[in-house]
Design a protein around this ligand. Structure first.
Ligand code: BGC
Length: 752
């Protein structure tokens, strides 16, 4: 039977039943019609699937732990998330899992969000491209994905009920595009709606989100699954576009669906549509699952190591790195022995293959290890401190392995501050005071304040690098690999500098996104704030030179594209990979409701380069790349005029700037009445000529009336800018009214 015939053959109760899970990880089967159950399992960076025969949903099989989202994103390489996805897809299929619960792409609104370690970025463009790669990888192996958590689930505090209050432009410009890109480019089989409310309605019953945007605007073809337990009003949810409830409510909500159809509150055709969408995927999944998959744990571990190497970010280096053979090196900090490599919660992978300092020993490095401080708590032991400081002083280089203990960041809770444990900050400062070649290696899922940053020679951030962490860190520290990760988020100097410092996590009921579109670098750039390390930053042991940036044409039509090319050369002595980043800055001067962001990432490419080698990197831009979202027209919009195309090594290390003229003809609607300030009318090409004529007449009249020298011309100009026809009539009386009302009509006509 095909899906249509199956839906026709199902009873009402069976249809309602198919819209919720049978248990924590399975959909329901309908044996009499041959409909199989499928199994879904976490997660984004490793397979967390329940052991056969176990009755504990959290008792998972052993699996490979790849770099968590924070680290994978630092690779700035969708080809890499694709490879990781493909490996995960093979592991999932070999383990009988048909849908993998990832990727997780929520925007890092605040560094405090406890789940940031799972997410990719503060920038929606980067997050979307990486997610598309991941989805394509998993799905190329015949296993589905779920992109989560849709949408605006940017904090853990009260995540089950908090109302994320976001204006339309910000929602579309910052919080939705990662999902949009992934849906349009990669068609994930499923989307997971989040727990929270969005502008008043639970995501699980939010029709604008689940149907109008996701399906109608973006063309999503799969089905929507709830986050675990995220359903509020099940009937409203089905009508809004939530097809599958997980893990199911033991039948409670199925019965509500049956009753709603019977009493006419829910059209059975709506339920049929939901079942159709679910069955489309179930049948496809079951069919693909028939082809057995094999995976090679050793090869996947090697891939995890390679990915971790690609994701390490060298934040600072005055020369202590790379370490050199023959140097006397002290390794300090328990993270050397017990690196933190993944986060807590639903993404937690059961792995036994984590590498650590053993990699250094296997590679024959001569290092002395002193624990210094523990990895799991903030505890200071003066004797240990002294041992560490003495060893550091006696060595050629001191490498301190620092990081956030598990208890400091996890799914389920947000951080309250951005600090490392005091014991770590303290010991780093003391070691740096006696050893100029001090290196800090960081194992954290999100940025931390680094008060010692200017006092140490080098900082290498490994984020949460997965089970290959030890081998990857060893290769990067000792120069066997060149660090080529870049920061997918700004590292601020201090928590108080962050965009939503005053609003995060809200009052427990509502999270007001008052910073609007100023998230991440958009905020720090707009305020010209110093940061610890900017978005896109990452050093290398080699160097890159940019030259010859050029367009194929420097004018873009509304239906056109422009290609930008730049030559990048590896000018150093070591093989490396540069991430060429492209930012767009709107220089049109056109007014922007909600504010103009200084620049936005609109392209990036990672290129491998041998010493001396150069490559031409090309980017193709479309009008959408110049656009912001306009709430006036509920659509993306680029004003005609000038745009800067900035190409460089990071958001704050731009190497080439080109000016593009956009010849778009569309202008935003202008709503005009007697109270519209003249400045607005003067800024708009449609109304400017009429107003200019009026003003020149007025100026001539005024020059006869005296009053020169009353105020400086600049102030006078500003006063005119704010003046309205209403004011002019009030000052000028019936004569002015008789003159101005026809002018107003003329102006209104000009924008019709
Ligand atoms: C998490 C999801 C996860 C699900 C199943 C939820 O609590 O938010 O990300 O996939 O549990 O483990």
């Amino acid at each position: 039977m095909n899906v249509q015939e199956l839906v026709a053959a199902l009873t009402l109760e069976e249809k309602a039943g198919l819209c919720s899970g049978a248990d924590f990880w399975h959909t329901k089967a309908v044996a009499r019609l041959g409909i199989p159950a499928i199994k879904v399992s976490d997660g984004p960076h490793g397979l967390r699937t329940q052991k056969e025969g176990s009755d504990n949903p959290n008792d998972s099989i052993g699996a490979v732990c790849f770099p968590a989202g924070c680290a994978a994103a630092a690779s700035f390489d969708p080809a890499l998330t694709r490879r990781m996805g493909a490996a995960l897809g093979r592991e999932a299929r070999a383990s009988g899992v048909q849908v993998l619960l990832g990727p997780a792409v929520n925007i890092k609104r605040s560094p405090l969000c406890g789940r940031n370690f799972e997410y990719y970025s503060e920038d929606p463009y980067l997050a979307g491209e990486l997610a598309a790669g991941f989805i394509q990888g998993v799905q190329s192996e015949g296993v589905g994905t779920i992109i989560k958590h849709f949408a605006a689930n940017d904090q853990e505090t009260r995540r089950l009920s908090v109302n994320s209050r976001i204006d339309e432009r910000t929602l579309h410009e910052i919080y939705l595009p990662a999902f949009e890109t992934a849906v349009k480019k990669a068609q994930p089989w499923t989307v997971m709606c989040s727990y929270n409310r969005l502008n008043g309605d639970y995501a699980s019953e939010n029709k604008p989100l689940l149907t109008d945007i996701l399906r109608d605007d973006w063309g999503f073809e799969g089905f929507v699954m709830s986050d675990w337990g995220a359903v509020n009003d099940r009937v409203k949810g089905v009508a809004a576009g939530l097809e599958l409830e997980m893990p199911g409510s033991g039948g409670v909500n199925d019965r509500k669906l049956v009753a709603a159809v019977q009493n006419g509150t829910l059209d059975e055709a709506v339920l049929d549509k939901a079942v159709t969408r679910i069955l489309n995927i179930i049948l496809r999944a079951a069919d693909l699952a028939k082809t057995p998959a094999v995976f090679d744990r050793t090869a996947d571990h090697a891939l995890a190591v390679e990915l971790a190497k690609q994701s390490g970010v060298l934040l600072r280096n005055l020369g202590a790195l790379p370490l050199r053979k023959g140097q006397k090196v002290a390794y300090i900090g328990a993270f050397a022995d017990l690196p933190r490599y993944q986060g807590g919660g639903s993404s937690h992978v059961n792995t036994t293959a984590v590498s650590a300092m053993d990699a250094a020993i296997l590679n024959g490095r001569k290092v002395e290890y002193i624990e210094g401080f523990p990895a799991d708590r903030d505890q200071r032991d003066e004797a240990e401190f002294l041992r560490a400081v003495n060893a550091a002083e006696a060595a050629d280089v001191a490498v301190i392995f620092a990081g956030l203990p598990e208890s400091f960041e996890s799914e389920g809770g947000d951080r309250r501050h951005m600090r490392l444990p005091d014991c770590q900050n303290n010991l780093i400062a003391r070691v740096a005071a006696v050893q100029k070649n001090t290196v800090v290696v960081l194992h954290t899922g999100s940025p931390v304040e680094c008060p010692w940053a200017d006092d140490v020679s080098s900082v290498l951030c490994m984020y949460l690098a997965g089970e290959g962490v030890g081998e990857a860190t060893d290769a990067l520290l000792w120069g066997d690999a060149d660090p080529c990760g870049r920061l997918p988020e700004t590292w601020p100097l201090r928590l108080e500098d962050t965009p939503c410092y005053l609003d995060f996590p809200g009052d427990g009921v509502t999270a007001d996104y008052r910073e609007g579109v100023y998230v991440g670098y958009r905020w720090y750039d707009a305020r010209k704030m110093p940061v610890r390390w900017p978005f896109g930053h990452g050093l290398s042991y080699t160097g890159y030179v940019y030259r010859g940036a050029e367009f194929d044409t420097d004018e873009m039509a509304a239906d056109g594209t422009v290609t930008v090319r730049v030559t990048v050369k590896n000018s150093g002595a070591m093989q490396g990979a540069e991430v060429v980043q492209l930012y767009v800055a709107d220089m049109t001067g056109a007014p922007v409701a909600g504010g103009r962001v200084p620049q936005a990432l609109r392209g990036f490419q990672k290129v491998d380069l041998q010493p001396g080698e150069e490559k031409v990197v090309a980017f193709t831009l479309t009008p959408r790349d110049l656009s912001r979202y306009s709430a006036e027209i509920h659509d993306w919009y680029a004003a005609p005029g000038k745009y800067e195309i900035r190409i460089g090594h990071s958001s704050r290390d731009i190497r080439a700037v080109l000016t593009l003229h956009y010849a778009g003809t569309r202008l935003l609607p202008l709503h005009i009445d007697e109270t519209t300030p003249l400045g607005i009318l003067l800024a708009d090409p449609r109304t400017a000529p009429v107003v200019q004529r009026l003003l020149s007449e007025e100026a001539a009249a005024m020059s006869n009336g005296g009053g020169e020298g009353l105020m400086p011309p600049e102030a006078l100009a500003q006063m005119f800018d704010g003046l309205t026809m209403r004011n002019m009539i009030n000052f000028g009386g019936p004569e002015a009214e008789a003159k101005l009302l026809p002018v107003l009509e003329e102006i209104k006509k000009a924008v019709e």
